[in-house]
Design a protein around this ligand. Structure first.
Ligand SMILES: [Zn+2]
Length: 298
């Protein structure tokens, strides 16, 4: 299993910032320590070229990021202050998802220990998302003719508004989001299939919905699935509003990855959100996704 990572690129944040920036490194270290991933399966993500970002992002937004002229309100919507390091790190995150997509087509599964930045719109970032890696990777794969039909399965607790805004209506795509209805973003942008769950929904309700959702994904007959495997659906998550247990989350990943394995649909893992306290819970949840992937795909 080939995996990309970008945590050595620094993400400079003001002291006390609520974004759990260290989770990326911690997940990689745990995957290695537990022997779920071997060192030789890990590659530092390449920086996505600006031309590829132009597939989905507007020239004005990209210019502002490049030259450090992003207005204060736009930085606030992202939730990170602009810095050259932020731009580099964000480009690596997209580069990782794009490379993982290519490798998934070869190996059946691949992953990026970053990405899933689904709140980024064409003309601006939001909610800790600078670029939309899912949209860039999907556009790249369809434009290059690597696949004709691609599904984005977004199971992060927050709705995939940016992805929907950028990609909806483009040919060959099926966009799915299962999320907490009353959570951020408060203005949802329709995907092809949206399921908004009530506050406090637990394992049983969630898994029942997911089974129905997977049947719909199957009817679309995707040749590849981009999986946004956010773990902020956990009960312990500070920004979640849902109430999945760690076992429920394992069942979620097993349903998705088991389905992909049986149907021989290549799958790309992206990390997505996770804001539990202590951070060890978020790290364990992300590691669990990879443990299950390893079990199922060998
Ligand atoms: Zn999220």
């Amino acid at each position: 299993m080939r995996i990309w990572y970008s945590d050595p690129y620094r993400l400079p944040l003001p002291p006390g910032h609520r974004f759990p920036a260290e989770k990326y490194r911690l997940v990689r270290e745990r995957l290695l320590a537990e022997g779920i991933i071997r060192e030789d399966e890990l590659t530092l993500a390449p920086l996505i070229p600006w031309e590829d970002l132009e597939r989905v992002h507007t020239p004005n937004y990209l210019q502002a990021l490049r030259f450090g002229t992003l207005p204060e309100p736009a930085q606030r919507r992202i939730g990170f202050p602009w810095s050259p390091e932020l731009v580099i790190r964000s480009r690596a995150s997209v580069g990782g998802t794009c490379r993982a997509l290519e490798m998934a087509l070869r190996d059946g599964i691949s992953g990026n220990l970053a990405g899933g930045t689904h709140h980024a719109f064409a003309d601006g970032g939001a909610g800790f998302c600078v670029f939309n890696d899912l949209a860039v990777a999907a556009s790249l794969a369809l434009a290059a003719g690597w696949v004709r039909r691609l599904a984005v399965l977004d199971l992060d607790v927050h709705q995939g508004d940016g992805t929907a805004a950028i990609l909806r209506g483009r040919k060959g795509l099926f966009l799915v989001s299962v999320h907490a209805q009353r959570n951020y973003p408060f203005h949802k942008v329709p995907s092809d299939l949206d399921v908004g769950l009530p506050d406090g929904a637990g394992d049983e309700d969630y898994l029942e919905v997911l089974r129905v959702v997977l049947r719909e994904v199957e009817r679309f007959r995707p040749e590849l699935v981009l999986y946004q495997a956010g773990v902020d659906v956990l009960r312990a998550d500070r920004l979640g509003r849902l109430a999945l247990s760690m076992d429920g989350l394992a069942a979620r990943d097993r349903l998705v990855l088991g389905w992909a394995r049986r149907r021989k649909v290549p799958v790309v893992l992206t990390l997505g959100g996770g804001y539990a306290r202590p951070i060890a819970l978020t790290v364990e949840a992300h590691v669990q996704t990879y443990r299950i992937a390893r079990e199922l795909f060998g």
